[in-house]
Write a protein that binds this ligand. Structure first.
Ligand code: GDP
Ligand code: ZN
Length: 461
């Protein structure tokens, strides 16, 4: 894929009162632009060695005004992020200073970079593949350390390598299939359809194994959507508050990455638990309380986990039991609140009404039982999705869809082998599977997909 190799520039640190700001320039003109606006202290601009930090001033070439005292590094292609010549200007933080520096960089001939354009160039120039480019955003937005670890693994090529291996294996199978088409009479061991069918099945199962873990991957990347449900006054808001009080936001500390702060997450042993729109919950639930079951259903639909709350100090009411129907297909933990008060709730009836659901007793007010609740959430999640620690993890729908399509193609190939349909058809299906896997690394994707991926980036990445 070709692109216009003009020189681009952007502020790569978040705007605002940071300690330092970094302006990045990438492209053939990067060094020329740096030499025009940067005056190092002890040497001439042209004498700057790559990969060395120089102290000096940024000068407006028009007015000769000094804009800021900065540190500048040149990076020589191809050993750079974009595989183009790059310059990094470390300025003081602050919107005005950074904007002024960017302005003079642009006035010397650079163009303002689009979102993700540096990473896009790294991809187009073959430094990283598409799944690695996607991991760049995931690293930046990682919500827990575990999510960060998974994203870093993908960034280092963990997923790409695994998919690459499987593609190599598929290519071998394809070679066997094609050889059996070319030499149908000979009885070459390994080329009979039974052996080929076994090879295809084996690869299909390996892909399915990766798919099985994609649910875990999705939760690690996006968080577990959670709703706290219960009739008015059981203590939903109180529970939410005590959970949020302990929330530990994890931000990445990798140089050059932006800290994007997004939603409210609670980190439960590395599982990001997303309380869907914290402020909204209170309102929506109050609305649910008013409008009733229909609205609640809509809201529930998005939730992966329901914390269903009851008031221990009151008898079970009709409204409590009405909720049974709503959550029958959901992943539910029963939370009996207000255990600090004299107990009136009929626990036996509760257990009978919700058989096989875990019950946790808490006092949101006294913050008792909160740890047990977290442990129950963690246990339930890992039981449902398996361990979060082993092997390559698919975190994106785009990847799991591609793998699913490859699996389907291989199933068709197996079917064709069983029915003694001509080997050409089998070969076609296997080739198709190969192409689907190629979508993950970007060997085989349309421009529209690439565009959509990089649009999600922030400017300066
Ligand atoms: P919501 O309507 O379900 O959101 O319930 P709230 O969180 O607003 O709580 C309703 C009332 O119950 C408030 O007065 C809380 O202080 C009280 N409350 C909540 N949790 C507890 C608890 O664990 N023990 C006691 N004694 N009171 C609680
Ligand atoms: Zn409330």
């Amino acid at each position: 894929m070709d692109y216009e190799k003009d020189t681009i520039a952007a502020i790569s640190t978040p705007l605002g009162e940071g300690g330092i700001g970094i302006i990045r320039i990438s492209g053939d003109d990067a060094f020329r632009i740096a030499d025009k606006i940067f005056v190092p202290r002890k040497i001439k601009p042209g004498e700057m060695k790559p990969r060395t930090l120089y102290l000096g001033d940024i000068i407006d070439p028009e007015t000769k005004d000094t804009i800021d005292e900065v540190l500048v590094v040149k990076y020589k292609a191809p050993h750079t992020y974009t595989r183009e010549d790059m310059v990094e200007i470390n300025s003081h933080g602050g919107f005005t200073v950074q904007s002024r520096i960017l302005e003079v960089v642009l006035s010397c001939g650079a163009r303002m970079a689009q979102p993700g354009e540096f990473t896009k160039r790294a991809f187009l120039n073959g430094r990283i593949d598409l799944s690695q480019a996607e991991a760049v955003i995931d690293v930046i937005r990682a919500k827990t350390e575990r999510a960060l670890k998974v994203a870093m693994d993908q960034l280092r090529g963990g997923l790409s390598n695994r998919i690459g291996e499987l593609r190599q294996d598929l290519i071998k199978v394809l070679a066997h299939i094609e050889a059996s088409i070319d030499f149908p009479e000979d009885d070459i061991p390994g080329l009979d359809s039974a052996t080929i069918a076994m090879e295809v099945k084996d690869l299909r199962e390996k892909l399915e194994e990766i798919l099985r873990k994609s649910k875990a991957g999705k939760i690690v990347r996006e968080g577990l959507s959670t709703v706290i449900l219960g009739r008015p006054n059981v203590g939903k808001s109180s529970l939410l508050n005590s959970l949020l009080r302990e929330k530990r936001a994890i931000v990445t500390d990798i140089p050059g990455t932006t800290r994007d702060i997004i939603e409210e997450y609670i980190n439960i042993k590395g599982i990001p638990v997303k309380i869907i729109d914290t402020a909204g919950i209170r309102e929506t639930l109050d609305e649910v309380e008013k409008i009733g079951v229909k609205k609640a259903l809509e809201y529930l639909e998005k939730a992966e986990l329901v914390l269903l709350m009851f008031d221990a100090s009151e008898e079970l009411k009709k409204e409590d039991l009405d909720i049974v129907e709503l959550v029958k297909d959901k992943f539910v933990i029963l939370v009996v609140n207000k255990v600090d008060l004299p107990e009136k709730i009929d626990m036996e009836k509760l257990e009978k009404t919700f058989p096989e659901r875990k019950i946790i007793r808490i006092s949101a007010l006294k913050e008792e039982g909160i740890e047990e609740l977290k442990e129950a959430i963690f246990q339930a999640v890992t039981k449902e999705i398996g361990s979060l620690d082993e092997g390559v993890m698919v975190t994106r729908a785009r990847h799991s869809q591609a793998i699913q399509k490859a699996v389907d193609a291989l199933k068709r190939a197996e079917g064709a082998l069983k029915e003694s349909i001509p080997m050409e058809v089998v070969a076609m299906e296997v080739r198709e599977a190969l192409e689907f896997l190629g979508e993950i690394t970007g060997d085989n994707v349309g421009e529209d997909v690439i565009k959509a991926i990089f649009e999600n980036f922030c400017i300066g990445k």
